[in-house]
Ligand binder design. Structure first.
Ligand code: GDP
Ligand code: MG
Length: 393
C-alpha cells in the first residue's frame, strides 16, 4: 500500500470522493446564502451564541455579544443575568469584562444598569399616591426629583397621580420625565369629590363666610374641603390603588434631604406596621370644633373598634381618663404618610369615616384629613403598629 498517492486512495474508495464533493457543495451554498441574505451572518452568530456551553457559568457569554452595532450596551438581559445568577456576580473588574460591550470606538464599555434592576431584593405591593393639580407640575417635578434621587431610583415603585380634573398631556409628559418607574393617571369621580346629598350647601357657604372673616387658613375654600374629604375617605378606594397594600403620600413642593437606603415599604411589612409618620403638629382648633366630640360619640356606639393598647396618651394629657379630657390637637402631618391601605379599607375606619361624613363636619367646619387619619390610627390601632420615620426627611 505504501507509495499510493491520495488520489489513488480516493479512486479505490469512491464513497470518500462522494463525501468530499458533498462537503464542497454544502460550503458553496452556505457562502452564497450568506452573501445574498443580509441577516444571514447575524442569524448564524445568534445561533452560535445560543449553543449551550456547560463549561461557562450560566448566563455568561463572551464580551461583545451584546454589541448591537450602536455601541450602547443592551441593559436588560445582561444586567438581570449578572445579578440573578449568584454566585456568578462579578467580583473584580476583570470578571466584569465578560459583561462588557464593545463600542463603535473599539473600547469595552462596562454594563450600564438601572439601579432597581440591579437591586433584586423583594418588593412590597406599594407605590406613591399623589393628589395633585395640573397647575402644580413644576413643584411636583421638584418633589419627584427628591424622592427619585433619594430613594426610588434604586427601588422602582410606581407613581399614581390622582386629580379631580383630567390630567393634561403636558402634566403627564412632565412627570413621566422624572422617573423610570410605571406612572398611572387617575380621575377622581364626582361622588368622591363633591357634596353628598345630606349636606345643606347654604349652611356650608355660611361657614366659609364666617371662617373667611376670622381669617382661618383655607377657611373660605370649597375645593380644600373636597380635598380633605377625599383624602380622608376615598383615596384608598381609587381603582388605580387596588393592587397596592402600602402607599407613600407625596405632595408637590416637598423636600427629602437624606438618602433613604432601605425600603420603607418592606420595613412596614416586615414589622407589621400600619401607619408611619415623620412629624407631629397641633391642629387649629377653629377648623375642628366638634371632631373630638363626634369621634367620642362614635366610640361610645362602637367600642369594639378601639384597640386595647391604643396610643391615646398622644392625644390627651390624662390618658387614664381616655377621651374625656378632650383633644390636645396633636396630629401626624399628612403631607408625608407611609401607610397600609388595608387599614383605611377595613371595617373600623370605614365605619368611622361614614359616621364623620354623615355628621357634615367636612363642610360645616373644615376637618382636615390629617387629624382624621391621626385620631383613627391612635384609637383603632395597637400603638406598636405606628412608626415614627425619624430617618426620613
Ligand atoms: N387635584 C387637586 N388636588 C388638590 C386640590 N387641592 C389640594 N390638592 C392637593 O392636595 C394636597 C394637599 O393640598 P395643600 O394645598 O398642600 O394643603 P396643605 O398641605 O394642607 O397646605 C396637595 O397634594 C395638593 O396638590 C384640588 O382642588 N385638586
Ligand atoms: Mg401640602
Amino acid at each position: 500500500m505504501a507509495g499510493l498517492g491520495p488520489l489513488e486512495g480516493l479512486a479505490r474508495r469512491p464513497q470518500r470522493l462522494i463525501l468530499l464533493a458533498a462537503l464542497v457543495l454544502l460550503l458553496l451554498s452556505l457562502t452564497t446564502w450568506l452573501s445574498v441574505d443580509p441577516t444571514g451572518v447575524e442569524t448564524v452568530r445568534q445561533q452560535w451564541g445560543s449553543i449551550p456551553r456547560p463549561w461557562q457559568r450560566p448566563g455568561a457569554s463572551a464580551a461583545g455579544e451584546y454589541a448591537g452595532g450602536s455601541g450602547v450596551p443592551s441593559v436588560d438581559s445582561a444586567v438581570k443575568d449578572m445579578y440573578t445568577h449568584t454566585p456568578g456576580i462579578p467580583q473584580t473588574p476583570e470578571e466584569l469584562k465578560q459583561w462588557a460591550t464593545k463600542g463603535d470606538d473599539g473600547n469595552l464599555y462596562p454594563p450600564s444598569f438601572i439601579p432597581s434592576q440591579a437591586n433584586q431584593a423583594p418588593r412590597a405591593k406599594a407605590g406613591f399616591i399623589v393628589l395633585v393639580r395640573n397647575g402644580e407640575l413644576a413643584s411636583m417635578r421638584e418633589s419627584m426629583r427628591d424622592v427619585e434621587d433619594r430613594f426610588n431610583r434604586k427601588y422602582g415603585y410606581p407613581w399614581i397621580f390622582l386629580n379631580n380634573e383630567e390630567f393634561t398631556d403636558d402634566f403627564k409628559k412632565g412627570v413621566k420625565q422624572m422617573t423610570r418607574s410605571e406612572v398611572r393617571f387617575g380621575f377622581v369621580e364626582k361622588k368622591h369629590w363633591g357634596y353628598p346629598e345630606w349636606i345643606d350647601r347654604n349652611k356650608a357657604a355660611d361657614t366659609r363666610k364666617q371662617m373667611k372673616e376670622k381669617k382661618i387658613i383655607y377657611g373660605d375654600s370649597e375645593s380644600y374641603r373636597h380635598m380633605c374629604r377625599f383624602q380622608s375617605g376615598f383615596f384608598f378606594q381609587h381603582p388605580l390603588t387596588m393592587d397596592l397594600d402600602y402607599y407613600w403620600r407625596v405632595e408637590p413642593g416637598i423636600k427629602l434631604y437624606c438618602d433613604v437606603d432601605y425600603d420603607p415599604f418592606v420595613f412596614m411589612q416586615m414589622n407589621n406596621k400600619t401607619y408611619g409618620f415623620t412629624m407631629a403638629l397641633h391642629e387649629y382648633i377653629e377648623t375642628i370644633p366638634t371632631l373630638w366630640s363626634t369621634t367620642k360619640k362614635f366610640v361610645e356606639e362602637n367600642p369594639q373598634y378601639v384597640a386595647k393598647n391604643n396610643g391615646i396618651h398622644f392625644m390627651t394629657d390624662e390618658p387614664e381618663r381616655f377621651m374625656d379630657p378632650g383633644y390636645n390637637l396633636c396630629h401626624f402631618w399628612s403631607n408625608f404618610e407611609i401607610g397600609d391601605l388595608r387599614f383605611w379599607r377595613g371595617e373600623a375606619y370605614q365605619k368611622y369615616f361614614e359616621f364623620l361624613d354623615k355628621s357634615g363636619g367636612f363642610f360645616y367646619e373644615r376637618w382636615g384629613d390629617a387629624p382624621v387619619h391621626s385620631i383613627a390610627a391612635i384609637l383603632f390601632l395597637d400603638k406598636a403598629r405606628l412608626h415614627h420615620f425619624d430617618d426620613i426627611g
